[in-house]
Design a binder for this molecule. Structure first.
Ligand SMILES: Cc1cc2nc3c(=O)[nH]c(=O)nc-3n(C[C@H](O)[C@H](O)[C@H](O)COP(=O)(O)OP(=O)(O)OC[C@H]3O[C@@H](n4cnc5c(N)ncnc54)[C@H](O)[C@@H]3O)c2cc1C
Length: 408
C-alpha cells in the first residue's frame, strides 16, 4: 500500500532492491540520514528476491577484490545482528584447460597480494570437498575459503532496518516518474504520490534504470536478459555447508539448496528482455521456464554432477537481470545533470557487489570522494551509440558468458 511521502529531503534513493537498500545503509553510515527510499512495489520485489545469493571473493582485479572483501566483512557483521543466512562455505572454481589454469595463477597472485586467502588445489581436493562432482577432467582448481552465500531478502531487510534506525525513511508503493530539475541540476522528484524536493537522487532501479534515466536524458546503458538456475529435489551427497562451485569452461555454477542442487549458467547468446514488455506490475515475478535455452547447460551439469540424472526438478527459475555491454556495473554521476547519481547494471553480481559499490557511492555523495578508483564503472566509458536499444540488445547477448571468458 502506498505511504505518505515527505515534501522535502536531502537525498532520494529510487528503488528498494539490494542496491538501494545498501546505498541507504552506507549513506547513514557516512552520516547522511536525511534520506528517503522510494520503492514502487515492496522491498526486494524486482530482481533481488530471486537471486541465488552467492557471495564472491575472487577477482583478477585488485580494486574489485577490495570491494568484494569489504562485502564479506560487512555481511558477516550484519549476520551477527540480524541472521541474514550468511554461510561462509567457501568456493571451488575448477579448470578444464591449461589456459584456464594460467588464468587461475594470475588470480591467485592478485588475491595473495591483496591479503585474500586463496589456494591452488588439485582435482582430488575438489573431490574431497564435493564428492558428487565428476573430477576426471579437472586440471586443477582454486579454493577460496571465504566465499559464501546469503539470503538476499534478509540482507535487504537488514540494510533497511539499520538505515531506518539511523533516520532514513522508506516509502513503498511509490513510483518515481522522473527527476525534477532546474539549471542543469536535480531539485526533486516527481512521484505517483506527488513531488518531493531534494538535492540528490540515486537511480537504483535495476533493470528499469535505463528507462528512468531516459526520462531525464541521462544515458544508462544496461539491458536485462533472461537468467537461469535450476533447483532439484534433495540429492544424495549434496550437504548443507557444501562449498559453492564454478565450472567456467562449462559456463555453469552450483551449490546446495535445501538438500538439493542449485545449478545455474552464464549462457551464450543470452536472450534480451524488453522492460516495456514485462507485465505491470512486475513484482516478485518471474519469466517463463525456457528449457531450450537452458538445455546445453543442463548437459554440462549432468557431466559435472552425474547424479543429477536421478533427481526430480523442482523448477527452472528464469528471472531478468540487467547487464552492461562490458559486464561492469555503472557507478557515476550523470555528466549532464548535477546531483543525479546512478548505481545499476550489476551484471549478475549485485548481491556480492552491494556493500562495496554502495560504500563508494555513499562516500562520493557524503565527502565528494568515493575512496576507491571507480573509473572502470564510469558512464563515460560508453558512447552515445551504446545506449541505442538495438545496439544494447545485441551487445548484452554476449555479456553473461563473457563473465567466464578467460582474462575477464
Ligand atoms: C537468476 C539470477 C541469479 C542471480 N544470482 C546472483 C548471485 O548468486 N550473486 C549475486 O551477487 N547476484 C546474483 N544475481 C544478480 C542480483 O540478483 C542482482 O544484480 C541484484 O538483485 C540487482 O539489484 P538491484 O537493487 O539493482 O535491482 P532490483 O532488485 O531489481 O531493485 C530495483 C528496484 O527498483 C524498483 N523500481 C523500478 N522502477 C521504479 C520507479 N520508477 N520508482 C520506484 N521504484 C522503482 C523495482 O520495483 C525494484 O524493486 C542473480 C540474478 C538472477 C536473475
Amino acid at each position: 500500500m502506498a505511504q505518505d511521502i515527505p515534501k522535502q529531503t536531502s537525498i532520494v534513493i529510487m528503488g528498494g532492491g539490494v542496491i538501494g537498500a545498501s546505498v541507504a545503509w552506507h549513506l547513514a553510515d557516512a552520516g547522511c540520514t536525511d534520506v528517503v527510499i522510494l520503492e514502487r512495489g515492496q522491498l526486494a520485489c524486482g530482481t533481488t528476491w530471486h537471486s541465488a545469493g552467492n557471495i564472491i571473493r575472487m577477482s583478477s582485479d585488485p580494486k574489485t577484490a577490495q570491494i568484494y572483501s569489504y562485502g564479506v566483512e560487512l555481511l558477516s557483521a550484519l549476520h551477527e545482528r540480524h541472521n541474514i543466512g550468511w554461510r561462509k562455505c567457501g568456493r571451488v572454481m575448477i579448470a578444464r584447460t591449461q589456459e584456464r589454469l594460467r588464468e587461475f595463477e594470475t588470480i591467485a597472485k592478485t588475491l595473495d597480494a591483496c591479503g585474500v586467502p586463496i589456494e591452488q588445489v588439485a582435482a582430488d581436493v575438489v573431490k574431497d570437498k564435493i564428492p558428487v562432482m565428476h573430477t576426471d577432467d579437472v586440471a586443477g582448481a582454486l579454493w577460496s575459503p571465504d566465499d559464501g552465500r546469503v539470503n538476499p531478502n534478509d540482507l535487504v531487510e537488514a540494510y533497511v532496518r539499520e538505515a531506518k534506525g539511523r533516520g532514513a525513511r522508506l516509502c513503498e508503493g511509490v513510483s518515481v516518474n522522473h527527476a525534477l530539475t532546474q539549471n542543469g541540476r536535480v531539485t526533486g522528484v516527481s512521484t505517483s504520490q506527488g513531488d518531493i524536493g531534494c538535492d540528490v537522487v540515486v537511480n537504483c532501479t535495476g533493470l528499469w534504470a535505463r528507462d528512468l534515466g531516459l526520462r531525464n536524458d541521462v544515458a544508462i546503458p544496461l539491458y536485462p536478459v533472461e537468467h537461469f538456475y535450476l533447483l532439484t529435489e534433495s540429492m544424495e551427497g549434496v550437504y548443507p555447508g557444501m562449498p559453492t562451485w564454478r565450472d567456467p569452461d562449462g559456463l555453469i555454477y552450483g551449490r546446495e539448496e535445501v538438500g538439493g542442487l542449485l545449478l545455474g549458467c552464464f549462457d551464450r547468446n543470452a536472450l534480451p528482455v524488453r522492460p516495456a514488455d514485462l507485465p505491470e506490475p512486475f513484482e516478485f515475478a518471474l519469466l517463463n521456464e525456457n528449457w531450450d535455452q537452458f538445455m546445453p547447460y543442463l548437459e554440462q551439469g549432468l557431466h559435472r554432477i552425474p547424479l543429477l540424472k536421478d533427481v526430480g526438478v523442482k523448477t527452472l527459475l528464469n528471472g531478468p537481470e540487467s547487464f552492461t555491454p562490458d559486464s561492469e556495473p555503472i557507478l557515476d554521476v550523470a555528466p549532464n545533470l548535477a546531483g543525479y547519481f546512478v548505481l545499476a547494471g550489476l551484471s549478475s553480481a549485485g548481491v556480492t557487489r552491494s556493500a562495496g559499490m554502495a560504500r563508494a557511492l555513499a562516500r562520493w555523495i557524503a565527502d565528494g570522494d568515493p575512496g576507491v578508483d571507480v573509473s572502470a564503472f564510469s558512464l563515460s566509458r560508453f558512447g552515445p551509440e551504446d545506449n541505442d536499444e538495438e545496439t544494447l540488445r545485441r551487445k548484452v547477448r554476449d555479456a553473461p558468458s563473457g563473465h567466464f571468458d578467460t582474462g575477464h
